[in-house]
Design a protein around this ligand. Structure first.
Ligand SMILES: Nc1ncnc2c1ncn2[C@@H]1O[C@H](COP(=O)(O)OP(=O)(O)O)[C@@H](O)[C@H]1O
Ligand SMILES: [Mg+2]
Length: 317
């Protein structure tokens, strides 16, 4: 294991919601999640929509306060620090979003969008900001002439490049890429992913890469965590997990993507039923209602993550 940038332990958060008849309920968005993200590496977070990936990222970025657990960012506990201290730590953390169009203000030109983090931080002259924005445009492969244009002048892939340039403005150590290509045309996926990988090499940034697409995660991540209904069900070295997943949920996710491989030896596993509500969680293992291998005890006890082999843990009996 290399040096960790993020050490998260036992993170949990519930969101209060109003159910039918105004009854108070809780969405169990993230439950008892621990993970270590190594410096300069890409950590993949996968799972179906609604399983808590974005909430977990928001916890790590200090944007959502956990109900329980701790987060060490570069050796510093950030769950109990003041807003003022958090603001300073957050300069080292940035995020790029799924839909670049809705995350870029259509009324601002590219100079204003990319320089915004510098402007907020303060202390830069207009000339310094312009020089930095030009540098960033070059870094993400956009022409200098983009400076005075508007988001609507660009394609989806180019807009994502603008989002990446803005995220890099303050030289972050940690970048969360939340489904960065899912909203883009398939033809530009590889370009954007290659750009992210090149930038990582050049700037040694640590990535948390969120995706529901396991094939993408397999290509670019060194470590991975698979989430189901707020919990990590399998985690460890990405290659190891993709070569021999042990959790039935990971196996079903993988069988769906590998289906297209010509030499696929695994049988496709189709899960029965819908994902249960994170408000009314199943008893025992959260996956047992859809698990093809469920045994009676799975409905009673919730399995802990246990070591399968070095750098590979799974929560299944
Ligand atoms: N602010 C919030 N208030 C109430 N429920 C929320 C809030 N944010 C997320 N949730 C719920 O928490 C669960 C996890 O959401 P999210 O982290 O966005 O999942 P993912 O990113 O994996 O799709 C979902 O059921 C979602 O509806
Ligand atoms: Mg999400």
């Amino acid at each position: 294991m290399g040096e960790p940038l993020i050490l998260a332990a036992n993170l949990s958060v519930d969101f209060p919601v109003r159910g039918a008849l105004g009854k108070k309920k809780k969405v169990h968005a993230v439950s008892d999640v621990s993970l270590t993200i190594e410096k300069g590496k890409t950590f993949g977070l996968v799972g179906e929509s609604g399983c808590g990936k974005t909430t977990l990222a928001n916890l790590l970025l200090g944007l959502v306060k956990p109900d329980a657990g701790s987060i060490l960012f570069d050796g510093k506990e950030i769950t109990d620090i003041s807003q003022k201290q958090l603001k300073i730590v957050r300069r080292d953390m940035q995020m790029i979003f799924q839909d670049p169009l809705s995350s870029l203000n259509p009324r601002f030109n590219i100079f204003r969008i990319i320089s915004e983090p510098l402007f907020i931080r303060g202390g830069y002259t207009r000339k310094q900001m312009e020089a930095r924005v030009l540098e960033l445009l070059e870094l993400v492969g956009l022409p200098a002439s983009s400076l005075h244009r508007y988001p609507s002048d660009f394609s989806g892939g180019q807009r994502q490049r603008i989002g990446i340039a803005r995220a890099l403005a303050l030289n972050p150590k940690f970048l969360v890429c939340d489904e960065p290509v899912s909203a883009l045309d398939v033809s530009v996926h590889a370009q954007i992913l290659n750009l992210l990988m090149d930038l990582q090499k050049e700037l040694s940034i640590t990535y948390l890469f969120i995706s529901h697409n396991l094939a993408v995660v397999r290509d670019i991540c060194q470590s991975v965590a698979v989430m189901y209904l707020g919990k990590v069900v399998e985690t460890g070295n990405a290659q190891t997990i993709f070569d021999h997943p042990v959790h039935p949920y990971t196996q079903s996710l993988l069988s769906a993507v590998l289906d297209v491989d010509a030499d696929n030896k695994r049988e496709r596993i189709i899960l029965q039923g819908d994902i249960p509500s994170p408000i009314d969680l199943p008893t025992g293992c959260r996956f047992h209602t859809r698990c093809p291998n469920a045994r009676p005890e799975c409905a009673i006890h919730s399995p802990e993550l246990r070591e399968i082999e070095s750098h590979h843990r799974a929560a299944c009996y």
